[in-house]
Design a protein around this ligand. Structure first.
Ligand code: GTP
Length: 317
């Protein structure tokens, strides 16, 4: 059988036309400009964690947006920044990796911050790419119309963009327009992932990320950078005879910090803070897995792991 014909028939049957477009879009920008919030808003599901602290994203997380016109695989990247540690260097390498071979780049520039040297640095890095770059002005809900207009002019003079699209992920404003602009830049291609898929990440990666997001809440100074999370194991409990619901899943997760004093902060008075972290993370994990979970969190000290190549490798960097 002619494989190509078979694929074509399936494509047609799924209601796709020959004008369908699909491809990869790298979402880049300085730390804390709203890349992960935007990725989640476009995908319509929580695939990337967010926080008020800069440098939250530590992996290239893929989120999938499917419409009748096309499909976007968004690659949410760590914030591009001046690295202070080996981890920082690895994060920048991840961004560069995410930029290789993409079909378009969404460069996020927040409306509430002046275009600065950090943005100019990224714009220079992007200049060498073959892929078109769309400037996405994020957080438009935080400024007045006049301020937005001025910001758009400043962004325009930064580089030669394929388009400039202002959006607010928080207010779901102009997101459809951004999707349509990005799809317009994708190559003609059949759908790359089945309709309904929202991410490519393993459950373990997402579980670790949900725990890290919960652990980040309310901690200050250097502590957010010092937290790393890894799922140790997931064990299915035995099904009780006659039980109607599926058995609980035991999820064992390690939270690494760099010093004993940080361990005490994460655990909190009489373990209250850790319990709270567990409750919040469990909610997202149960949504993700669609079943009840017993989450057990262990806080461990891995001295200066951000600069320890062996530990970084163990943690997947
Ligand atoms: N008001 C407003 N706040 C936003 C919007 N988008 C993101 N934020 C806030 O900005 C902060 C940073 O958002 P993130 O999505 O984590 O930013 P990021 O660029 O992924 O950050 P890194 O992972 O550090 O690179 C969070 O407190 C968000 O709630 C928006 O459209 N409007």
């Amino acid at each position: 059988m002619n494989l190509e014909r078979c694929w074509w028939k399936r494509w047609k049957r799924n209601g796709m036309t020959e004008n369908y477009r699909a491809g990869f879009v790298s979402v880049v920008g300085r730390p804390n400009v709203g890349k992960s919030t935007l990725t989640n808003a476009l995908v319509g599901h929580k695939v990337a964690i967010t926080s008020m602290r800069p440098e939250t994203t530590r992996h290239n997380i893929r989120g999938i947006v499917t419409t009748d016109q096309g499909q976007l695989i968004l690659v949410d990247t760590p914030g591009y920044h001046r690295p202070r540690t080996l981890l920082g260097k690895r994060l920048n390498d991840m961004v560069r990796e995410a930029l290789a071979d993409v079909d378009a780049v969404a460069f996020c520039l927040p409306a509430d911050q002046k275009v600065g040297p950090g943005d100019q640095f990224i714009a220079r890095e992007l200049r060498g790419l073959r892929a078109p770059v769309v400037a996405v002005v994020t957080k438009t809900d935080t400024v007045t119309k006049d301020q937005l207009l001025q910001h758009l002019l400043n962004v325009e003079s930064l580089a030669d963009f394929a388009a400039i699209v202002p959006v607010s992920a928080a207010k779901a404003d102009n997101l459809d327009e951004l999707v349509s602009v990005l799809i317009g830049l994708m190559p003609q291609s059949p759908q790359l992932y089945p309709t309904g898929d929202v991410t490519e990440e393993d459950d373990e990666v997402l579980i670790a990320e949900f725990v890290r997001e919960a652990a980040l809440e309310g901690v200050r100074d250097e502590l957010p950078h010092s937290i790393a999370v890894q799922v140790e194991e997931i064990i299915e409990r035995e099904q009780q005879p006659g039980a109607k619901k599926p058995p609980l899943l035991d999820v064992h997760v390690n939270i690494y910090v760099e010093r004993e004093s940080q361990k005490a902060i994460i655990i909190g008075r009489k373990g209250a803070r850790l319990k709270d972290v567990g409750t919040r993370a469990r909610k997202h994990i149960e949504e993700l897995l669609g079943r009840r979970v017993f989450l057990s969190l262990h806080v461990r000290v891995a001295k200066d792991w951000q600069s320890d190549p062996k530990m970084l490798r163990r943690l997947g960097f």
